[in-house]
Design a protein around this ligand. Structure first.
Ligand SMILES: [Fe+2]
Ligand SMILES: [Fe+2]
Length: 321
């Protein structure tokens, strides 16, 4: 047997053996039924025979953070083509790693969550996430022909979620924050890519993810509103802020600039100040903020922090579920 590359992550994830099998929550059962009916097979749903040129403008070049700057103007056509390939590979690789995080976290949820409706629904999510890992890995390998390692900020958030022993923190971290942000990023990809296979793939993944976010909002809603002490709630509020900060900083593509030999700090600075990227980073939180509010976590302290991040205005958006 060959050696496989993996990293052991020590966790303390207690298993809850339920003794009550009868359905309790009709909304969760409804979501479970929808999940069963919406299963799809990537070999059938997606046209993998489609040719993809990873160096073509499959996204508007405008979304490359240094677009239009002096660094961009200094590039020749070949260098622009390479940058497109790397930029797409980086973004989709982070989706791939995030999907593995979701696969592992949702399987932990099946184990730790105490009630049966959530265990059954969680099992459908495990299958969904396996499929998402499968399609992003295949697309990267066959079509983009390049994969990037996991970004350190994303990995540290995923690790925190996997290590935490409390089921509600897994929901909050994964379903509400990581998946809420992913959903907004997928919407962006779906709206702007001109590559038909990626558009269709994203469309299918998004439909699953919308259910996952709804699952988190439904599952946590009552619990957070009725069963948390003030200290417990404050801990979740701080975790929410810390996760949002980490996720905002993960879209700087540092690894791409390093790999291609660009001046890294200058590129990061351009990414932080470019109007298009600033708007993109803001939009990523459009799904998270209304859901955080619905869960009762948008305390005066967090409002102030969200105000500083420029994302408080999203509180008036529609919550999921
Ligand atoms: Fe997923
Ligand atoms: Fe998901």
């Amino acid at each position: 047997m060959r050696n496989r590359a993996y990293e052991p992550i020590p966790t303390s994830c207690p298993t809850a053996w339920t003794t009550e099998y009868r359905p309790e929550d009709a909304r969760l059962r409804d979501l479970y039924d929808k999940a069963k009916q919406s299963q799809w097979d990537s070999d059938i749903a997606l046209d993998w025979k489609q040719d993809v040129d990873p160096e073509r403008q499959n996204f508007p070049d405008m979304q490359i953070p240094i677009y239009g700057t002096e660094l961009w103007r200094a590039l020749d056509d070949n260098e622009i083509a390479t940058l497109r390939q790397h930029s797409t590979a980086w973004m989709l690789s982070q989706f791939l790693h995030g999907e593995q995080g979701a696969l592992l976290a949702s399987s932990q949820v099946v184990d730790t969550v105490p009630w049966v409706d959530a265990k059954l629904y969680g099992a459908t999510q495990v299958m969904d996430e396996a499929r998402h890992v499968e399609v992003y890995e295949r697309y990267l390998r066959e079509k983009i022909q390049l994969t990037y390692p996991v970004n350190p900020e994303l990995k540290s958030l995923l690790d925190a979620i996997l290590r935490d022993a409390r089921w509600d923190m897994k929901y909050l971290g994964m379903q509400i924050l990581v998946e809420g942000l992913a959903l907004a990023a997928f919407q962006f990809v779906h709206a702007f890519t001109t590559e038909p296979l990626l558009k269709n793939l994203t469309h299918h993944v998004m439909r699953d993810e919308a259910r996952h976010v709804a699952f988190g909002v439904l599952s946590l809603g009552d619990y957070y509103r009725t069963e948390l002490s003030e200290a417990e709630r404050d801990e979740r509020v701080e975790f929410t802020y810390e996760a949002c900060r980490l996720m905002r900083d993960r879209f700087l593509q540092r690894e791409v600039w390093q790999t291609l030999g660009f001046p890294v700090e200058r590129c990061v600075e351009l990414t932080l100040t470019s109007p298009a990227m600033t708007e993109f980073r803001r939009l990523l939180f459009s799904r998270i903020v209304p859901n955080v509010k619905k869960l009762g976590l948008l305390t005066p302290w967090l409002r102030e922090r969200f105000g500083e991040l420029g994302i408080l205005a999203f509180e008036h958006g529609q919550a999921d579920a």
